[in-house]
Design a protein around this ligand. Structure first.
Ligand SMILES: Cc1cc2nc3c(=O)[nH]c(=O)nc-3n(C[C@H](O)[C@H](O)[C@H](O)COP(=O)(O)O)c2cc1C
Length: 269
């Protein structure tokens, strides 16, 4: 039996490792556009389901969905200036990146950080849906730390900028069967028609502990609690209070109420 030289064995191992890493890198590079396309499709689907523009049966081919999504009036808001920004391109803006970019984000004062975020982007994309020349709804991104994970979603408001027309979570990894009840359709449906602000303009919406008691003064601000998942439910309440409070969208929404936005001219039917 011939003894193989150790040098040859090492060479074979190294060559194999090199070929394998080359294959993995090539796969990553080749799959990246597909992955990005899937992410964009997923995000588009989440946003489009809040617009009220999808056909009743919800069936749209991916291309049709993306085409419809691209027609949305998408704008960038400077949250701290409580108005629209005219410089950043809403198509290429990356919210997650901006959240962690010291130049584009601000620290959140601890006493106001009800969503446990630490800091947030000064800029945010918003999506506006028009009914003729009137604003029909506005869709705003929200996020906050749950029990185990970052909860990311969108809230759509009706034209009164107070009544919720829809809610969706597109990212979370709370415990299946417990915290992940926030993604259950029948629970999210309860958000429709609930209000965020009370008559004094304070965020009042909350995830109740237990079932909502119809007919009570607070019922219009509440959705049912999540059985066995009060921690995630409270985190959702905190998230809504942060984003619609003074460090979040409150001043922007007040400014919109004062001066209603105009539908872009090129968009008008
Ligand atoms: C392994 C494990 C995972 C849990 N995951 C969650 C979760 O994702 N969200 C949550 O709110 N509570 C979760 N809980 C339960 C919380 O610790 C806590 O008991 C619960 O939120 C209290 O809600 P309740 O008052 O409705 O029982 C988990 C508990 C265990 C042991």
């Amino acid at each position: 039996m011939t003894r193989e030289s150790p040098r040859k064995a090492i060479l074979v191992v190294m060559l194999t490792a090199l070929i394998c890493s080359g294959l993995v890198s090539a796969a990553v590079v080749m799959l990246r556009p597909i992955q990005l396309n899937n992410q964009m499709l997923d995000q588009s689907r989440n946003i489009m389901q809040l617009t009220g523009l999808l056909p009743a049966d919800g069936q749209l081919e991916d291309d049709e969905l993306l085409d419809l999504y691209k027609t949305l009036d998408r704008r960038i808001v400077h949250i701290d200036a409580a108005g629209f920004d005219g410089e950043i391109d809403p198509v290429t803006f990356n919210l997650s990146r901006a959240d962690n970019d010291p130049e584009l984000s601000v620290g959140i004062p601890p006493d106001q950080d009800l969503a446990s975020l630490g800091r947030r982007s000064s800029y945010t994309p918003v999506y506006m849906v028009w009914d003729g020349a009137q604003l029909d709804r506005i869709i705003l991104p929200v996020r906050g730390n749950g029990m185990w994970s970052m909860l990311r979603g969108y809230i759509a408001l009706e034209s009164d900028l107070n009544t919720i027309s829809g809610m969706t979570f597109y990212e979370q990894t709370e415990t299946p069967g417990l915290g992940d009840q926030i993604t259950h359709e029948h629970w999210l449906e309860q958000w429709q028609g609930r209000r965020i602000y009370d008559a004094q303009g304070n965020p009042r919406f909350r995830v109740n502990e237990g079932a909502v008691q119809p007919g009570t003064a607070i019922a219009e601000f509440e959705v049912d609690g999540l059985t066995g998942a009060t921690v995630t439910g409270n985190a959702v309440t905190g998230m809504v209070h942060y984003w619609f409070g003074p460090h979040g969208y409150r001043d922007f929404l007040l400014a919109l109420r004062e001066q209603p936005p105009q539908r872009p001219v090129e968009d008008t039917p």
